[in-house]
Write a new protein. Structure first.
Length: 342
């Protein structure tokens, strides 16, 4: 079968022939229909320092997908051939304190699909049943291929009550934009989203009624004055991984404000800790998605009318993956989908 493989320890990705996997006990074999490209895949493609230290080579990469079950491994009972499925990209140990307590997103030994083990950019994939999400076939299929990043957005956006609150989101990447949509859908008063890339801010406007801010041209202080906000933002969602943006957030939170932090910061990022202490800020780190409470809410919000489809901006056949990666690297894209159906 065809697979997109990190074949060599250098920039790039290679379309290769690999064996179709055999589903083991407790696994299902999935015929992939659509996949989407994550920033992590771009880091592996670029072969940055993190990728060099993390990714075993050769390995098929990718973790965002939707597909159809075509074979059941031994002992699989509750899923059926023909089921449309997506899946959790984090495989957890099932044995640690948090796993046993049902807090699987906090597993001490999480393994990433397409990062620490074989990924899903291939025609067929075998995955454990415990990672499978059964899709509602009445919803647009391609949406399920972005459930992993939509799940990051949902996990972050639903971490704190936003009803009637003023929300600041730093970073209008695909995840920031989806988080903004969820905050609006959940009843926030003002949703302000920042970026330094106008394409991304224009894309955000297609999905919701947000106050977009290019922080190269406008300050958050000016925006607060315009909106009549006197004390600062109640809830912050850090989605840029940028230290300047994170400091901007810390400086514009109301006292007692809550920050959900998804963006992966440079280890050298500095903040004024006294603002955290004296302003009574609460900062919560967010990793992955709650299994499967976040997934339940994600599907239910779409069934209830949340529309995140404008965040998908590019679609290519998987053999044109180079174009997909180029679109991601250009910064002029939302989510980029690769089609494996033909
Ligand atoms: P992305 O890179 O597409 O988006 C980040 C956005 O931040 C970009 O549009 C960029 O222009 C913007 N940005 C850069 N500097 C800025 C600044 N000074 N002010 C405002 N915006 C600025 O990333 P994404 O795929 O949307 O993911 C968002 C973040 O979440 C990334 O940092 C990613 O690494 C991280 N992430 C974390 C997890 C997790 O489990 N914790 C999972 C997925 C992604
Ligand atoms: Zn565990």
């Amino acid at each position: 079968m065809d697979a997109l493989v990190k074949k060599y320890k250098e920039p790039g990705l290679w379309l290769e022939q690999v064996d179709v996997p055999v589903p083991q006990e407790g696994e299902v074999l999935i015929k992939i229909r659509k996949t989407s490209i994550c920033g992590t895949d771009v880091h592996i493609y670029d072969w940055n320092k993190w990728a060099q230290e993390t990714i075993p080579v050769p390995m098929t990469i990718g973790h965002e997908f939707v597909g159809e079950i075509v074979e059941l491994g031994k002992g699989v009972k509750d899923l059926h051939i023909g089921d449309l499925v997506s899946g959790e990209g984090h495989i957890v140990c099932g044995k640690c304190r948090n796993c046993l307590a049902g807090r699987r997103h906090l597993c001490k030994d999480t393994k990433g699909v397409g990062v620490n083990r074989t990924g899903i950019f291939s025609e067929y994939v075998a995955l454990p049943v415990s990672n499978i999400w059964l899709c509602d076939k009445s919803l647009p299929e391609e949406l399920y291929s972005i459930f992993d990043p939509y799940g990051n957005a949902a996990h972050t956006a639903l971490s704190f009550d936003v009803l009637g609150e003023d929300v600041l989101i730093t970073g209008a990447g695909p995840i920031g934009i989806m988080a903004a949509a969820i905050a609006e859908f959940s009843g926030a008063r003002y949703v302000v989203i920042t970026d330094i890339n106008d394409y991304r801010l224009e894309l955000a406007k297609k999905i919701g009624n947000f106050r977009t801010v290019n922080t190269k041209r406008e300050s958050l202080k000016e925006v607060m004055n315009e909106l009549g906000m006197k004390e600062g933002f109640d809830v912050g969602m850090e989605m840029s991984g940028n230290g300047i943006a994170f400091n901007d957030m810390i400086n514009h939170m109301s006292h007692g404000g809550k920050i959900a932090m998804l963006g992966i910061q440079d280890p050298d990022t500095r903040i004024d800790w006294n603002k955290v202490v004296f302003n009574g800020l609460f900062i919560k780190g967010i990793y992955g998605r709650e299994m499967f409470e976040t997934w339940y809410k994600m599907q239910a919000m779409i069934q209830a009318g949340l529309d995140i489809t404008p965040v998908i901006t590019h679609r290519y056949h998987y053999t044109e993956f180079e174009n997909g990666f180029e679109a991601m690297i250009s910064g002029k894209s939302g989510k980029v989908i690769l089609d494996w159906t033909t």
